[in-house]
Design a protein around this ligand. Sequence first.
Ligand code: ZN
Length: 115
Amino acid sequence: MLNAVTKKSIAYWDDADDLRWAVRHWASKINVNLAEIHLRLMTQKWASISTRGRLTLNTELLEVPRHLGEYVIVHELVHLLVPNHGKVFKSFMSAYMPDWEVCDDALKDYVAIAR
Ligand SMILES: [Zn+2]
């Protein structure tokens, strides 16, 4: 469990608008068209995206550190460029978020602690 000092040094989301703003920011940075952003409680995953650009984010992301949430956002948005998790997907991820593999691991740990 995180102590108060550690927790204070990690940036968290302010609110749902903060999360939505980050999605818009990354969509323009990656240059993909996002049709809709939805937030709802999801039990099995952090997020999903349709080929038409309908992004759904788990409201539980509001409870995880900001950077890990951004990793989830970038991951979903890169799926608009590459549908699978192959070599091309990984090179896009490395280009936009060099520490994405660390984030992926950290997010798993977070889930393990949180549930
Ligand atoms: Zn994926």
